[in-house]
Design a protein around this ligand. Structure first.
Ligand SMILES: [Zn+2]
Length: 353
């Protein structure tokens, strides 16, 4: 169900007590396993679960995704279940949802112009306790703006990719006008592979090449819609028979300077992650000489999520082929170490047992 201003206003608190009785609240635990107060910190601690407010929700974690070096915002790529809600809520217990932990207000000038990530409200995180926990209490403000229905016919695993796919779509929307014919993607980790699926939908006629020095990761390239693979930039140029007009950087390790060398004159470089190191000495000279456009994708709008939800339903079987490993939520702190030990696995899926 798409979120709209009408829906936000319709969900405002009403007079009277009709429907204020809670479903599911009686069976809630008084404590929950939280991962700490700082985003990205994985320190399992038992903490008290706050009382839900009227018009709020209590949700339980079904699954969450951790990518290598936390290229995704940790805790956002997650699937939740409604555990308790009031009788007149739009939700019922056991419904599977996506929750934006820091949703935009959808009313301010930035939101109205489609630049939701510039909304001042985006900075504030409105749920409790901590930044990710097995059970979460969501206040009404966030329920009205940040909850998104997940596609019913897709698996939980595919639903975990909703947020990264939405962000990739948002980034690529801004470069579509130049109709790039040849596209190179630097990095065959999770973001690179997901970019392949999105490119196939948004630029179906382009020639697409995936570049990664770890050749074992390139095996999934054809399944993700790439025509060519290469272990280095020169290989990509040869495989595509010309320099790419669009280079998408999905990992930090030296990929930005690789992209500057590889990109055709007048082309575009799209940064899906912030490249590591000091960028100024490497970048400006080549950007000037080759008249390049460098763009960064920093967020997505609610409409990106709606489109991504449809794509996930269609791509369900193919997304299931992405090699991941599973860990119980309590062992989340081990995830980065496990990923470092096995470069062919693209992410850790946390399950809430
Ligand atoms: Zn706003």
């Amino acid at each position: 169900m798409p979120l709209s201003l009408t829906r936000i206003l319709a969900q405002r608190p009403r007079d009277g007590s009709r429907g204020l009785e809670w479903n599911g609240r009686g069976g809630l635990p008084s404590q929950t396993l939280s991962m700490g107060s700082t985003v990205g910190e994985w320190l399992p601690t038992l903490v008290d679960l706050p009382q839900p407010m009227d018009e709020g929700l209590v949700i339980g974690l079904e699954s969450a995704l951790i990518s290598r070096s936390d290229k995704l915002e940790p805790g956002v790529a997650a699937v939740w279940n409604v555990l308790a809600c009031q009788e007149d809520s739009e939700y019922v217990p056991n419904v599977r949802i996506f929750l934006d932990p820091h949703p935009p207000c959808r009313l301010c000038e930035a939101c109205a112009s489609g630049n939701h990530w510039k909304c001042i409200e985006v900075q504030s995180r409105r749920w409790h306790p901590g930044w990710i926990a097995r059970e979460m209490v969501v206040p009404p403000w966030t329920v009205r703006r940040g909850v998104c229905d997940l596609p019913a016919r897709a698996t939980v695993r595919s639903c975990l990719y909703l947020d990264p796919i939405s962000r990739i779509r948002n980034g690529l929307t801004n470069v579509l006008k130049s109709k790039p014919k040849r596209v190179a993607v630097c990095g065959a980790d999770l973001l690179g592979i997901l970019t392949g699926f999105v490119l196939e939908r948004m630029l179906p006629d382009s020639i697409r090449c995936l570049i990664d020095p770890i050749e074992a990761r390139l095996g999934l390239a054809r399944e993700a819609g790439f025509h060519q693979v290469a272990s280095h930039a020169e290989g990509a140029r040869l495989a595509m028979e010309d320099a790419p007009n669009l280079v998408v950087v999905t990992d930090g390790e030296a990929s930005f300077s690789k992209a500057l060398d590889l990109c055709a004159v007048g082309g575009t470089i799209l940064l899906l992650v912030r490249p590591e190191g000091d960028l100024q000495p490497v970048g400006l000279d080549k950007i000037w000489q080759k008249s390049l456009r460098v763009m960064a994708a920093v967020g997505c709008s609610p409409s990106d999520r709606e489109v991504a939800a449809h794509w996930i339903e269609d791509l369900d079987v193919r997304l299931g082929m992405i090699p991941v490993m599973e860990l119980p939520f309590e062992q989340a702190a081990l995830a980065q170490g496990r990923l470092d030990a096995d470069p062919t696995r693209l992410a850790v899926v946390l399950t809430s047992g």
